[in-house]
Design a protein around this ligand. Structure first.
Ligand code: THU
Length: 136
């Protein structure tokens, strides 16, 4: 298999995990489930789903949940993230999650954001989704 084929297979597997974890979303208010699966520079993967709160602002997105789990496991460099919602094709991360992914990317040109458009996998660089990101 070529490197390109290996990456495609890995990204499809990550999307399957994002689909699976979206089933655990706690979203009684929006009814909008989201699942995310991230790949770190060590080759490990971590998943997360959104969980809402009656105090709406306390809601945590799937992507930030997955990143938090990676951090708790001692990982700080995200290489790629697959995102899925059964409610929406091409469910791209919200602005807040783009900034959080930027914080933990090696660089935005390398971080792949993997989305699902019907049966097709679509990959964007984070720099495309978040130009002029905030940096301290
Ligand atoms: N949501 C995510 O999990 N990720 C995003 O990038 C955007 C939005 C969740 C938050 C909330 O539970 C629901 O989707 C509707 O906004």
């Amino acid at each position: 298999m070529t490197n390109k084929e290996i990456t495609k297979k890995l990204y499809e597997e990550m999307m399957e995990k994002a689909i699976e974890v979206s089933k655990n979303a706690y979203c009684p208010y929006s009814k909008f489930a989201v699942g995310a699966c991230i790949l770190t520079d060590t080759g490990n993967i971590y998943t997360g789903c959104n969980y809402e709160n009656g105090s709406f602002g306390m809601t945590i997105c799937a992507e930030r949940n997955a990143v938090g789990t990676a951090i708790a496991n001692g990982e700080k460099k995200v290489k790629a993230v697959a995102i899925y919602s059964p409610n929406k094709d091409n469910c791209a991360p919200c602005g807040a999650c783009r900034e959080v992914l930027h914080e933990f990317s090696i660089n935005d040109e390398e971080l792949d954001v993997i989305l699902k458009d019907k049966d097709k996998i679509v990959v964007h660089k984070l720099s495309y989704l978040l130009p002029e990101s905030f940096n301290l």
